[in-house]
Design a protein around this ligand. Structure first.
Ligand SMILES: Cc1cc2nc3c(=O)[nH]c(=O)nc-3n(C[C@H](O)[C@H](O)[C@H](O)COP(=O)(O)O)c2cc1C
Length: 188
């Protein structure tokens, strides 16, 4: 059984998504140590503050329970209009409540972005880090993973560029280390 349980979220619902392909690649590469679940955000309804706590839709309650049970999360987002895709921001908004005491608080997370464009989603990465900071996530320190011209680096649904793979692997290694340190701190 894998030592770590991770949830991967991309925020792209597109079949053939490059972000999902990157998460699928990392799931395979770390399979001996981590079970990385690629989370489907399609069923998550739009956030509505009228439906918090016990009133949350069942699918949202399940998502929050899954996040709570996970040791960490991996976000690999495309950039939409210089920012976070609404699908992913919506999931973060649901998961962020109650503020500062949510399932995201102190959760170790790794962040990475990919885009067809020459900036690779760098602006989305910045916005994503700010949003996750506001949820008190432990955004793992690592060299930034920004995958430009993604269409040239994804082959047969997997990330196939050695340089990008090295950066992405390092980010996951850093995340697993963060989780291990966090676990050790909780038992002392
Ligand atoms: C609504 C929309 C807005 C986009 N805005 C940007 C953008 O601001 N910057 C960028 O680099 N790419 C932008 N793109 C291109 C996407 O980042 C690119 O198509 C990416 O591969 C989509 O992610 P996916 O492959 O995971 O579905 C946009 C695409 C869409 C559909």
């Amino acid at each position: 059984m894998a030592q770590y349980r991770l949830i991967g979220m991309s925020g792209s619902l597109r079949s053939g998504s490059y972000s999902n392909a990157i998460l699928a690649t990392l799931r395979e590469r770390f399979a001996d140590r981590a079970a990385l679940e690629l989370y489907d955000l399609a069923p998550i309804p739009l956030y509505n503050q009228d439906y918090e706590g016990e009133k949350r839709p069942p699918v949202v309650k399940q998502m929050l329970a899954d996040i709570e049970a996970a040791d960490g999360m991996v976000f690999c987002a495309p950039e939409y209009n210089h920012s976070i895709p609404g699908v992913l921001k919506n999931a973060i908004d649901w998961a962020s409540r109650p503020a500062f005491a949510s399932v995201l608080a102190y959760k170790p997370v790794a962040v990475m972005v990919s885009s067809r464009g020459p900036l690779g989603g760098a602006r989305c990465l910045e916005h994503l880090k700010v949003a996750l900071d506001s949820c008190l996530c432990r955004v793992t320190l690592a060299r930034e993973v920004i995958i430009t011209a993604a269409e040239a680096k994804i082959k047969d649904g997997r990330l196939a560029d050695e340089t990008c793979l090295a950066f992405a692997d390092a980010a996951i290694e850093a995340l697993l280390k963060e989780i291990a340190v966090w676990r050790a701190a909780q038992t002392t």
